[in-house]
Design a protein around this ligand. Structure first.
Ligand code: UDP
Ligand code: MG
Length: 318
């Protein structure tokens, strides 16, 4: 019999967890197989943990992974994928922005032979203008930066075949951009279009700071282009400076004057120092991530697992 896994990352989701559980259960009961809901509590500080535990107590379909602290959304879904045991694994946000009903359409496509079925957002409701515009720009910027084909306007709401999950588990990199990794591993991929709803309750757990980290991980995971930027700017500026130098010499010889130019010297100096610092910053982004890889710390620490049977087959890379 087919078994489906649904991975749900939870960070301070006490206001939505009960409803999410209800909606997911209603949908998965109409699916043509067994299912498990894998809740990953990413170090919530509210009642999420207790509420999730309570659910596991009366529903054997529900499993809970408790992180020892907040490791971040991408790490939470990685852990859920690592410990899931279904032949098809769906990743879905806890806040019901991704309608659970779409899972059934994903399953149809999976049965038609696709290994990855990602949700493509047609409309995003109830999100700020700023978030929508920056998200749109970001996905296009990212695709211009990278050589692998990461579909635009898709989130982590997707169905993955067991083959894909197993391949993903061989990728041990630390600052993960999961949807990029899914594109990287390949396999037969297709989309299901859906309307992204408003958050059911509570507020976004992705403040600007986390969004920037997320964007940084996405770019540095899949592109060297920012590093090359320094070189390009260096060549261009050297070339222009050289032309300028020739101009100054000729002018001195021909006309015999030159500008005093204290202000312009300072301006130019500040400008180039700015560029140098930016370039150093970009390098720092990469060096820091290289450092993270070298330390080789585990991706996450689990403080407790509830509802899993001790099957060595599904042991994660803890
Ligand atoms: N999330 C998480 N850890 C975090 C931040 C978010 O597990 O550090 C979860 C959150 O509980 C939700 C999902 O990731 O299930 C997406 O977060 P959210 O809906 O706040 O992001 P948005 O939809 O606003 O981008
Ligand atoms: Mg959301």
């Amino acid at each position: 019999m087919i078994k489906y896994s649904v991975v749900v990352p939870l960070y301070n989701e006490e206001l939505v967890i009960a409803e999410t559980y209800k909606r997911l259960t209603a949908v998965m009961q109409t699916a043509d197989g067994d299912y498990e809901l894998v809740f990953v509590n990413d170090g919530s500080r509210d009642k999420t943990e207790n509420m999730a535990k309570e659910i596991t107590q009366h529903d054997p379909h529900v499993k809970l992974i408790n992180f020892s602290r907040n490791f971040g959304h991408q790490t939470a879904i990685t852990a859920g994928m690592d410990l899931s045991s279904g032949q098809a694994v769906v990743v879905i946000d806890a806040d019901l922005q991704d309608p659970p009903e779409v899972i059934l359409q994903m399953i149809e496509k999976w049965k038609a032979g696709y290994d990855v079925v990602y949700g493509k957002r047609l409309v995003r409701k109830g999100e700020t203008f700023f978030k929508k515009v920056t998200a749109k720009m970001f996905y296009r910027f990212l695709s211009s930066m990278t050589n692998i084909d990461i579909p635009v306007d898709t989130g982590d709401f997707r169905l993955l075949d067991r083959k894909v999950i197993d391949s993903m588990r061989t990728l041990t990199e630390k600052n993960r951009y999961v949807r990029g990794l899914v594109s990287w591993v390949g396999f037969k991929q297709t989309a299901v279009e859906y309307v992204r709803e408003e958050r059911f309750a509570g507020e976004t757990k992705y403040p600007l700071k986390k969004m920037l980290k997320f964007a940084g991980d996405a770019v540095t995971s899949f592109s060297y282009k920012p590093l090359k930027l320094a070189g390009y700017m260096g060549y261009t500026i050297s070339f222009l400076s050289f032309i300028y130098l020739i101009y100054v010499v000729i002018r001195k010889l021909a006309v015999g004057d030159f500008d005093a130019g204290w202000a312009s010297t300072v301006a130019i100096s500040l400008f180039f120092n700015g560029i140098i610092l930016i370039v150093l910053g970009i390098m720092g982004e990469y060096v820091g991530r290289i450092y993270d890889e070298c330390k080789n710390r585990p991706l996450y620490i689990i403080s407790e697992k509830v509802g899993f049977d001790e099957n060595p087959d599904t042991k994660a890379t803890e």
